[in-house]
Design a protein around this ligand. Structure first.
Ligand code: DC
Length: 231
């Protein structure tokens, strides 16, 4: 089997990261959640008072701080998944709540933020043997990735999944609010000027609205076997 780069893009909350993590752990690849990186920058902005009352970001302040934002992932042996750290602080639980979710899309539209994140992501994938999920992995970060998948599901199905996930962690959640947030993020992610969310021409489309997690994992594993065993 050759070592490849697997790029998984798609809409928010459609189970991309679940399938990407499960595949990486099954085949011994490194998993990188690029959404967590934009969330970490957002968390930094929120904890350093960089947002105006109306939710807009103070760009000059953020740009000046970019060199002080160091994001890393540490593999958690217990959960078998990587945890996100910001400047050495564990922030995995802090970046998944509604506050970061509500502020992250505008951060992901900022050119200098994207340039910095993409450079780090390309560095992480240099050795191949990586599963990376996000919005622009197959189009911008690794246009030469051997396997590209574009995942989607209906907005309602995605909102329900995020609702269940938050409830499962004992966090407060309103289905209506989450549905609005999912739709708003789709709108911003797809219409932004820099690296908008779009399916790469050579990506395989997967609508998983009616698939169980084991079914979608099996599907992805088959795609991997097919591509990694090609000459
Ligand atoms: O996948 P997620 O919901 O954790 O992503 C958080 C936000 O970051 C979402 O608004 C899309 C954005 N994002 C991006 O623009 N590019 C990526 N490669 C990954 C995420």
């Amino acid at each position: 089997m050759k070592k490849i780069i697997i790029a998984i893009d798609g809409h928010s909350s459609c189970g991309k990261s679940t399938m990407a993590k499960d595949l990486a752990s099954k085949i011994g690849y490194t998993y990188i959640d690029t959404g967590a990186m934009y969330r970490a920058v957002t968390y930094y902005g929120l904890t350093h008072d960089m947002f105006e009352e109306d939710g807009t970001i103070r760009l000059e302040q953020l740009e000046a701080a970019m060199d002080d934002i160091h994001i890393s992932f540490v593999f958690n042996e217990e959960t078998r998944r990587p945890d996100t750290y910001l400047n050495g602080e564990y922030i995995e639980d802090k970046i998944r709540g509604m506050e970061v979710s509500a502020h992250v899309s505008p951060i992901a539209t900022v050119g200098f933020v994207r340039t910095a994140m993409v450079a780090q992501q390309q560095e992480m994938g240099k050795q191949k043997g990586i599963v990376m999920d996000g919005r622009d992995i197959g189009t911008v970060v690794f246009p030469e990735a051997e396997l590209k998948v574009f995942v989607t599901a209906s907005a309602e199905v995605r909102a329900q999944r995020r609702y269940d996930e938050l409830k499962g962690k004992g966090q407060e959640a309103s289905f209506e609010e989450i549905l609005e947030n999912v739709k708003e993020r789709d709108r911003i992610d797809s219409s932004r000027e820099i690296s908008p969310l779009r399916q790469a021409d050579d990506a395989i489309l997967l609508d998983n609205s009616n698939l169980t997690i084991p079914e979608q994992n099996e599907w992805l594993y088959e795609q991997y076997l097919r591509v990694a065993s090609e000459d």
